[in-house]
Write a protein that binds this ligand. Sequence first.
Ligand code: ZN
Length: 489
Amino acid sequence: MSAPAPRAPWIERIAASQTVRSGYASLVWHVVALIVLALLVVPREIERKPRPIRILFAPPADEPGHDGGDAAVDLFDVALEPGLEAPIPEPAAVTVEPLISTPDEPAAPELVAAHDPAVPPLPAATLTRPASLSMTKAPAGAAFASRHGSARGDASRERGGSAASEAAVEAGLAWLAAHQGEDGSWRCDLTNCRCGGACRDAGTVGSTTAATGLALLPFLGAGHTHLEGDHREVVNRGLYYLLSRLRSTPRGGDLTEGSMYCQGVATLALAEALGMTRDDMLERPVAAAVRFIVSAQDAYGGGWRYLPGQAGDTTSTAWQLAALKSAALAGVEVPSPTIDGVRRFLDRVQARAGESYGYQGPLDEPSTSAIGLFCRLHTGWDQMDTVRRGLATLAQPGPDPQAIYMNFYLAQALLQSDHPAWPRWNRRNRDQLVAAQARAGHEQGSWFFADPETASGGRLAHTALAVLSLEVYYRLLPVYRPDAVEREW
Ligand SMILES: [Zn+2]
């Protein structure tokens, strides 16, 4: 009697069973089917949400642990606040007093966007202009003087502009004006634009405060305010739209629409308008928006990111800093500890002893380095030689024709620091920009760059940044003025 064959291990017996085999095959097929279904269904679920705002600029620096990455940075790398993932509701229309009226043109009620009814608006007094305040009341702020009249042409000639760059600015402003919504806003997504989607390259950024602030800045940069200039009605409606989106909170005036990037851009536009006009209609809103920025700073690291209190990144921090600097020069108080915090943040993300900057940590990356050096100039750093060395490194290869966001900052930093590389770098950058402008058809006057970092901002954001870049000679945002740079906070 032979010994019984050793029993196969239990797992083999189970696997050999016909029943199990068929069950296993069935299981495999079900899993495959589920995966296929998930692939079909999940993207639709995702598409229903607004895409994260990632204007310009970078790899999904989606934390945690993102240390700056090895590529470019995003400008509006915006994660929507969880509670705000639903599309931002369209504000209801409300009638308010128009900002501008002339004797020939009786003041007709004007429709502008209203507050989200769920959020208490700022007091009406901040949104309407008493009739007694005339257009001549406020002289333009001295810090913006070169934006106006003959000073603009003089500054353009002295600092490297050209007749062609000035013509490009005008064409760009005309395109932007033609793409303003009827409610005074701008949208990066041009598919529902009043041009009927005639423009290609719609962006995906959903924030209306970011898009509107970004589109307003080029008008202000060329001396157009709600009180002055050929585009004053455009600026008027844009400012009113921003004011209508300002939500009063215990922490200040909230323009975030889910992200601090939007807060920074929109506050910068309002602060510039205040600085240029000294219009007291804007004083309280700007002060409120500044208070929100101040309270949203990361108390430990000193920067800003998507949401109030988050550990900062270089791009969001730069927008808040620009807004604070403009507001300060417009007469709004900015606490000095806030600026000390920015310096602390820059110390944390610098590399090469301050010649380079990363996104959220020390890194030698060109885009964030340009932004970091720009921030150093505006926080009054005493190591100007370090700044100049960093700028020289960035300028050495010449301006990349597609790197609109990096060039936007680099141009300002080179000009402000009176860098020896500026004349040569500027000629190339200026002429590249002029050559890249759309010259025919509906898109005439606009720009779109093959820049994956900035694609989410679309043609609207690219056009705004290109115009701003060509206004660098006279725009002289207070934050960008040499004298402003040296001024203590
Ligand atoms: Zn269009």
